[in-house]
Design a protein around this ligand. Structure first.
Ligand code: FE2
Length: 369
């Protein structure tokens, strides 16, 4: 990495710390993420630990930490969030060396403050935390945990449970995608460039996607070291209602569309997820007829990919395998992607058409096309 690049990185990020979802019933959601996705119970906070306002469960699988938070007080901002948006991502928390500096650097460049820097401490040390607002009601938290040795965050206690379904091989967060409103993509691209020091590494315009299918435009933003990637989608005009528009209608605004989690063996991971009841978008088997002509040879047998509905795409550097869940709540809003990268650094643009056809079938069943 060149010096100028190092100097430019005014917001060095060590990775994604956790993703916090505000949900209507954290106890039941936590059970779902354990049972269906193989997350392990990590930590708990609530009235028993001195928090009368909310309950939070932290779950972990390898480097992926999810926090599920439910309001106990109907007048709280958490309750308003759940009422307006349904279950969804409130915070994408990023690990930093210096939470005060992350706050100063971003707010002086125009970020709206969400959490002025605070110190949380217990017998295991201290965490410094700050936060800024991004699209919709979503926020970034900056977490400085160098001086903390506890299990998760001060205020949490170890979550003891006899129920521990095995992990499914989810390793780390690959990217988090935001859906923003009409003509808002470039506003948020500029935000990530100017305020967070990110770069636009890939662009998909609506012309790359057949207008017969619900169209969108997308730009992928990456931080300096490439650990954190945020594609930003906006709806585009097509013959049918954009999937992004459907999201915006049901989420009542902008928010996180999907979180992509990496695995090192997608066939094994997706087989387990399916056995545990996770629902995926189904892809017509015709997708596989010309797949190898399009992408060239791959290590995997075609049969299990076809059986599971796993998509494959190739770029200059290698290939990737990916699959998308159906929304994980009743509103057609947030979903997950499971991705295995074999050299490819792209996001599966070659699969957009097959994917949009699948999404369109689901939208049609909901009467939202
Ligand atoms: Fe994705």
């Amino acid at each position: 990495m060149s010096n100028s690049k190092l100097n430019n990185d005014f917001l060095p990020l060590l990775g994604t710390d956790f993703i916090e979802l505000y949900v209507a019933n954290a106890k039941q959601s936590a059970h779902y993420y354990k049972t269906a996705f193989g997350f392990q119970g990590l930590a708990y906070s609530g009235p028993e630990t001195g928090d009368k306002e909310k309950v939070s469960y932290a779950l972990r699988q390898e480097k992926v930490t999810l926090v599920l938070t439910t309001p106990l007080n109907i007048h709280s901002d958490i309750a308003k969030h759940v009422h307006l948006h349904g279950d969804g991502v409130k915070a994408i928390a990023l690990t930093v060396k210096d939470a005060q500096d992350a706050f100063d650097q971003t707010t002086k460049r125009g970020a709206k403050p969400y959490l002025t820097p605070i110190v949380l401490s217990d017998e295991h040390g201290e965490i410094k935390m700050s936060g800024i607002r991004i699209y919709g009601d979503t926020v970034h938290l900056f977490i400085e945990r160098e001086n903390y040795r506890g299990i998760f965050l001060p205020g949490f206690q170890k979550w003891e449970s006899n129920y521990t379904p095995s992990p499914v091989g989810l390793k780390h967060i690959d990217h988090c995608v935001g859906n923003v409103g009409w003509n808002q993509m470039n506003t948020w691209v500029k935000f990530y460039e100017d305020v967070m020091g990110f770069k636009n590494i890939l662009t998909f315009d609506d012309k790359q996607i057949s207008t017969e299918y619900s169209a969108l435009m997308s730009k992928v933003m990456s931080n300096g070291n490439g650990y954190v990637k945020f594609p930003i989608n906006e709806p585009a005009e097509g013959k049918k209602k954009s999937q992004v528009e459907e999201y915006l209608d049901f989420y009542n605004g902008e928010g996180v569309q999907h979180v992509a989690i990496a695995t090192e063996n997608i066939i094994e991971t997706v087989s387990q997820l399916k056995n545990r009841g996770v629902e995926f978008l189904s892809i017509p088997t015709t997708y596989y007829d010309e797949l190898l002509d399009r992408i060239g040879p791959i290590d995997e047998d075609l049969e299990p990919l076809k059986k599971l509905g796993i998509l494959v795409d190739r770029d200059d550097e290698g290939y990737l395998l990916q699959i998308f869940t159906k929304p994980v709540e009743d509103r057609p809003t947030m979903f997950y992607e499971i991705i295995q990268r074999k050299g490819a650094k792209s996001f599966g643009a070659g699969n957009f058409k097959a994917l949009f056809e699948a999404l369109e079938r689901e939208q049609e069943l909901r009467g939202n096309l």
